[in-house]
Write a protein that binds this ligand. Sequence first.
Ligand SMILES: Cc1ncc(COP(=O)(O)O)c(C=O)c1O
Length: 403
Amino acid sequence: MPRVSRRTENLGTENAFVVLAEVNELVRQGKDIISFCIGQPDFHTPANIQDAAVRAVREGRHGYTPSAGIVELREAAARYMGAMRGLAIRPEDVVIGGGAKPFIAYTILSTTDYGVGDEVIYPNPGFPIYESQIVANGAVPVPLHLREARNFAFDPAELEAKITKKTRLVILNSPQNPTGGILARNDLEAIAAILRRHPEVWIYADEIYSRLCYEGSFASIASLPGMLERTIISDGASKTWAMTGWRIGFASNPILAPQFVRWVTNTDSCASHVSQWAAVEAINGPQDAAEKMRDSFLARRDLIVGLLNKVPGTFCKTPGGAFYAWPNVTEACRMVGAADSEEFRKRLLNEAGVAVLADIHFGARVPGEGQHIRFSYAASKTALEQGVARMAEFIRGNQRRVA
Ligand SMILES: Cc1ncc(COP(=O)(O)O)c(C=O)c1O
């Protein structure tokens, strides 16, 4: 038999999809499961955006587009990304992709070489695709630990300590998946001051949750002096306009944009033509639906954090953005006799019918930071109330048995 490459055999994955398959199987067996696994808005794409897509189909806009994307969307995305960050971004520096996700790989491929020891620093816990793409592309993963005591930002001094002569890229993500943490302006200034001392290092600013920032206004590293040229800004339609399945992301950088275009030509050819017209409407059309979704996420954040902080053995920091809560369940694990958050998660699913992800799905557990699980609170108020009540009952019930 021909063999599968080691690179593919060792390729990581996004465990949300693995757990989701487990959940679907339990649901198929008739089990009553409340799921908080998947990171996507639970709303329909706004009607004006749907209508723009239908119009595009009817008008025959369904052939290939340039790999960089249609000019109308590059212009709209440049204006939009620039306005959000107080920057002038040129349309020719913007590339449209099939979601924001592909730009993670394109950036690593465009800034590191295979097997020569090039290092990439990335947040841990973090979006699992960072680490899997770093490893698959033959670079060296250097995790940068997020700290609960700093509301899940990292300590800039720890970043400085990790930069070596081999560092090629630093990945930042704010607002953050899975913790909901944000990099506040003073942190960004400290990070920029460090990176100015290392002008050869690229920065990937994963800002896919830029519109879901609840504490102060959204701030980007790219806005700070000297950062724009060396920062790849990544944003997209998925989270802001409830468009995850439409697959539209946009990235901007004056030097790497032409390289990204070649990667798109080599992989997808172009993002979906129909979806690109939908995204033009998403950006240029009325924003009231997006604002309503944001307000709803904020209300649900406050609800779930309040509920989780009443659960025995659990405490939850108030996340500054995105739609994730990252409660500390170290004591809850002890109370129910679970060895760690992963055993806790499995028992919560099988014994209480509540599906969440565990910290190990987002990288190796950070030493000294305890056990965490992730709730995606893009779920109904009833689901949030019932799900957290089931978790509390599960802990109380099992505590009695252990005691
Ligand atoms: C941090 C982060 N970056 C990127 C993505 C990918 O988003 P997209 O749907 O635009 O590919 C996600 C999706 O969950 C994410 O959480």
